[in-house]
Write a protein that binds this ligand. Structure first.
Ligand SMILES: [Ca+2]
Ligand SMILES: [Ca+2]
Length: 242
């Protein structure tokens, strides 16, 4: 700190807390780094003029105390990797929480790797019944060939059979599509894959003993003339005399 000419070289007088070391021609003042690590949390550094503390990677010198090291919150100061979906600060570092369909990079643990469709294995990373895998965020969705519908309801998109109308009574699978068979009293809609009621009255598909035909969904019944009643034994589709 203060040098005096000497023979040979020079000697030093040091500030409080420092010791002169004149074992070589370059007299230096040795501070407390050699003793209690200079009070530094991490590293104590010094030269012949001064001493200072430095911190390991991921830490900064505290603004309150130059000896103290404080964790850098990489999440707060946005120095984390942009592919880190949810940044999680840790002491001296940070890691990431990844959304469904993404994995934490095993080497850095500081980004999320996704792209299930491009790099994934069919049947493993994405559903084997996914005809055309499209990377989503999160996960993926599927585009399906005609005759199939997309089921992305469970984050595990796939293409399932066909969209069966609830009014298709008995669905019969065909190559790439399906057809419907209908219960008695119904027939296939001329243009749509569903079953519709047959109007027996309009088509005169009723018994001669049915005095006034009344159409019902899935069947029909009759109004009977005076002194006649519906015949339960004929499914209420004819009138019998009392
Ligand atoms: Ca940190
Ligand atoms: Ca009917």
């Amino acid at each position: 700190h203060h040098c005096q000419n000497a023979e040979p070289g020079y000697t030093c007088e040091c500030n409080d807390g420092y010791e002169a070391e004149n074992s070589n021609l370059e007299g230096t003042c040795v501070g407390e780094c050699r003793q209690h690590n200079g009070g530094c949390d991490h590293e104590c550094e010094e030269n012949k003029y001064d001493e200072w503390c430095s911190c390991h990677e991921g830490f900064n010198i505290s603004t309150d105390d130059w000896r103290k090291c404080v964790d850098i919150d990489e999440c707060e100061d946005n120095t984390h990797h942009e592919d880190c979906q949810t940044c999680v600060n840790t002491e001296g570092s940070y890691t990431c929480r990844c959304r469904y369909g993404y994995d934490l990079d095993p080497i850095t643990e500081q980004k999320c790797n996704g792209e299930l469709c491009g790099v994934g294995k069919m049947g493993d990373d994405f559903h084997q019944d996914c005809h055309e895998c499209i990377n989503g965020n999160p996960g993926y969705t599927c585009k399906c060939r005609s005759g199939f519908r997309e089921d992305n309801s469970n984050n595990e998109g796939n293409c399932i059979g066909v969209a069966i109308d609830k009014d298709c009574h008995t669905c019969k699978n065909t190559q790439g599509s399906y057809t419907c068979e209908c219960d008695e009293g119904y027939e296939r809609h001329p243009n749509e894959k569903r079953c519709i009621d047959v109007d027996e009255c309009e088509r005169e598909l009723y018994d001669v003993g049915c005095h006034t035909c009344i159409n019902l969904i899935g069947g029909h019944t009759c109004l009977c003339n005076d002194t006649f009643i519906l015949d339960n034994n004929s499914n209420n589709e004819t009138c019998i005399g009392q």
